[in-house]
Design a protein around this ligand. Structure first.
Ligand code: SAM
Length: 259
């Protein structure tokens, strides 16, 4: 049933979404041409995809605690299964790299490290960017740590804990938020809660990226509430991800883009 729900919304999105030819906003047009639709293969991609392949080939099982939609359930999971189903696809993770490369945030907060694939892409955009990535499952975070060592990524600070308790502590120490990737705990209340906390530290140049905005009714409702927020001006809905901007000079507008 959930699969049908997803396919229905995917087809509807494909039918309604536009591309560079239907966009009149110079900011969004520039972003499409310079970032979203860029096909270049940047040099770190190959190394990170090799790590993904190794994870998919792994025969190991780890003990996982799901603090998100799994509501604290604890189960044994094959690393290969996590790599196949939880990590962002190469196409989407490479877009994260390009967004970080384009906006050059000094700091990125990521909610949901998992095995570290998206983190590795974000961190590879520039070694000067400081990434703080949060993961609730210790054994999963340990595999991510090994991957960061293997990739020689030194600009990542891992925090193991529940977003609910560690995000406020991280935000307390942060003056200005540049970039946040929300990729864990796909429940409406939690998503809105994390959004509101981050909003307090955001400014006109902050970029928020939300993963899986069509994952469930709850996530679609959360995405709508985010778009409706007074401080949000431009949003770009790519189906698998939603990008949020707070640019004051821009009239409020929501773009549905084929990606
Ligand atoms: C979809 S995965 C992240 C995938 C990763 N960003 C990538 O693309 O490679 C979401 C992760 O968030 C973690 N998570 C979910 N809810 C959480 C919570 N409340 N606190 C901490 N971690 C949580 C899960 O354990 C899971 O590993």
């Amino acid at each position: 049933m959930k699969k049908l729900f997803f396919i229905y919304h995917y087809i509807t999105h494909r039918l309604k979404a536009g591309n560079e030819h239907s966009i009149h906003s110079p900011f969004v047009y520039g972003l499409l041409m310079d970032v979203i639709y860029v096909k270049a293969n940047f040099y770190p991609f190959k190394k990170i995809e090799k790590v993904r392949e190794q994870l998919i080939d792994s025969k190991k099982t780890i003990h996982c605690i799901d603090l998100g939609a799994g509501k604290g359930k604890s189960i044994n999971k094959k690393i290969s299964r996590i790599a196949k189903h939880s990590a962002k696809s190469s196409k989407q993770a490479q877009l994260l790299f390009r967004l970080a490369d384009h906006f050059q945030p000094s700091q990125i907060i990521e909610l949901g490290t998992s095995l570290g694939i998206s983190t590795a892409y974000l961190a590879s955009a520039n070694s000067k960017i400081q990434i703080i990535t949060i993961e609730g499952c210790r054994e999963t975070a340990e595999i991510a740590e090994q991957n960061f060592k293997h990739l020689k990524l030194k600009n990542i600070k891992q925090v193991v804990g529940n977003f609910d308790s560690v995000l406020p502590e991280i935000l307390d120490e942060c003056q200005n938020l540049d970039f946040v990737f929300f990729d864990g705990n796909h429940r409406k209340e939690s998503t809105i809660n994390y959004f509101n906390q981050c909003l307090e530290k955001s400014n006109e140049a902050t970029v928020f990226v939300f993963d899986d905005i069509y994952w469930s009714d709850e996530m679609m409702e959360a995405w709508k509430e985010i778009k409706d927020n007074k401080r949000v001006t431009v949003t770009i809905d790519l189906f698998f991800m939603g990008i949020v901007f707070f640019r004051k000079e821009q009239a409020k507008q929501h773009f549905l883009i084929r990606f």
